[in-house]
Design a protein around this ligand. Structure first.
Ligand code: PMP
Length: 417
């Protein structure tokens, strides 16, 4: 396997892989939902919690607080570098992609009649905040048609107009896999004077991204999908955008000064990332997220991609050898992502039964996959597919996982005949 020698002992880094459930080994093929957690990142978080006291943000100025401020700044700086942001100030820590999207939707200065264009692959965490704004009459929501499991670029270009304020595109679909060539979507939006939000939740964990090169205006991802703890994520905001956004969530740490002048209070809010991080933050989560980036960098993204590409191609080939199994998406493009989704065209195939079968079939293995709409109803409703069976991979995945899964799939299909 390419790059294998550079990949550290993953069983040590991911202790959950060594767990047994009812004496069965875990075959974890649901990393797109949430990845198994890295020992180094979990250790970083617990060491942080046990060592440090105080809060960051220059509220308290005693030594313990100054230490946490320094650690939080260091995590911000490192993550800015990892994703190619021009400045640490472009990094807003959030609880995850969902919070980032809610912040973006509520903070964007939509003018009357503004239109927001979403790709048809968007997760509900993108769709729902904008759906609510559209129901409140604040924006008009438009969805790009789906073509060959991708947003139709020609149709999109025709949708752009003077009212388009914001475009949201996912970098990699959590339903159909692959990766979207979003640079052309971003360039077209910019030519039209619109801003672009990129959902990179399924991309950042296994790809090297450069947000400045991409020229995204905003971009979000979640730490838990890349081995970091739950409850930490990032909203990247291009520096030049801060002056026009209005933070939706206010509180401690978001103001320069509050004064009482001429009979009323005057509040001078920060016009930078601080205004999006109201209150005490997940400092230990930020440190752990930095650690998970360090581990991935040490492994090397070329190695990670080579390994996952090989698994994606292997899975496609093995699945396609089954009668009535249809792998979704373009085979040549799927290798750019970390997901393989498929459907079974046998009407007797039941997703619910299959899930139970996967847990019960083997005496040696417990197989975890995800079946359904994957919280991305737009993608499903814009296609002729009701639900999919999704295999998703992270750095610990292996071809053996696919072999074990396919044995169970074969046995289930046989049981239907
Ligand atoms: N976008 C995509 C593409 C996703 O796959 C997910 C999680 N499945 C989200 C957004 C939401 O991420 P989170 O639940 O971590 O906020």
């Amino acid at each position: 396997m390419p790059g294998k020698k550079n990949i550290p002992p993953l069983k040590k880094e991911f202790p959950a892989l060594s767990r047994k459930i009812s004496k069965k080994a875990i075959i974890y093929l649901d990393s797109a939902c949430t990845a198994l957690k890295m020992k180094s990142a979990a250790r970083e978080q617990s060491d942080f919690l046990l060592k440090f006291g105080g809060c960051a943000g220059k509220r308290s100025v005693h030594l313990l607080s100054r230490e946490v401020e320094a650690e939080f700044c260091a995590a911000r700086k490192a993550i800015a570098l990892f994703i190619g942001a021009k400045s640490p100030e472009e990094i807003v820590f959030t609880s995850g992609t969902t919070e980032a999207l809610n912040i973006a939707a509520a903070s964007f200065p939509f003018k009357k009649g503004a239109e927001v264009i979403l790709s048809p692959l968007e997760h509900n965490s993108v769709f729902l905040p904008f759906y609510r704004l559209s129901k409140l009459g604040k924006i008009k929501l438009r969805i790009i048609p789906l073509k060959d499991f991708k947003p139709d670029f020609s149709a999109y270009k025709k949708m752009l107009n003077a009212k388009t304020a914001l475009v949201c595109v996912t970098r990699a679909s959590n339903v159909f896999g692959g990766a979207v060539d979003i640079k052309k979507f971003i360039n077209a939006a910019h030519k039209n004077g619109a801003k672009v939000f990129v959902d990179a939740a399924q991309y950042i964990p296994t790809h090297k991204e450069n947000v400045s090169g991409l020229n995204a205006d905003m971009l979000a991802f979640s730490g838990h999908k890349m081995g970091a703890p739950f409850g930490i994520g990032v909203l990247y905001i291009k520096k030049s955008l801060f002056k026009s956004l209005n933070s939706s969530k206010l509180g401690g740490g978001t103001v320069k000064e509050i004064a009482y002048k001429g009979g009323s209070y005057k509040v001078d809010f920060f016009k930078n990332n601080a205004v999006y991080e109201a209150g005490i933050q997940n400092y230990s989560g930020a440190a752990a997220l930095r650690k998970s980036f360090e581990v991935l960098n040490k492994i090397g993204y070329q190695n990670i991609r080579a390994r996952i590409q090989e698994i994606v191609q292997y899975a496609c080939a093995k699945l396609s050898s089954f009668e009535k199994i249809r792998v979704l998406g373009n085979r040549a493009e799927l290798k750019n992502g970390s997901i393989v989704s498929f459907i079974c065209e046998n009407p007797r195939f039941s997703i619910v039964d299959f899930n139970i079968f996967l847990n019960e079939y083997s005496s040696k293995h417990f197989v975890a996959v995800r079946c359904g709409r994957h919280c991305a109803d737009l993608a499903v409703l814009n296609s002729d597919i009701k639900s999919t069976i999704r295999l998703s991979f992270f750095i610990y995945s292996s071809k053996r996982d696919i072999d074990v899964f396919c044995v169970a799939l074969g046995a289930y299909l046989k049981s239907l005949s």
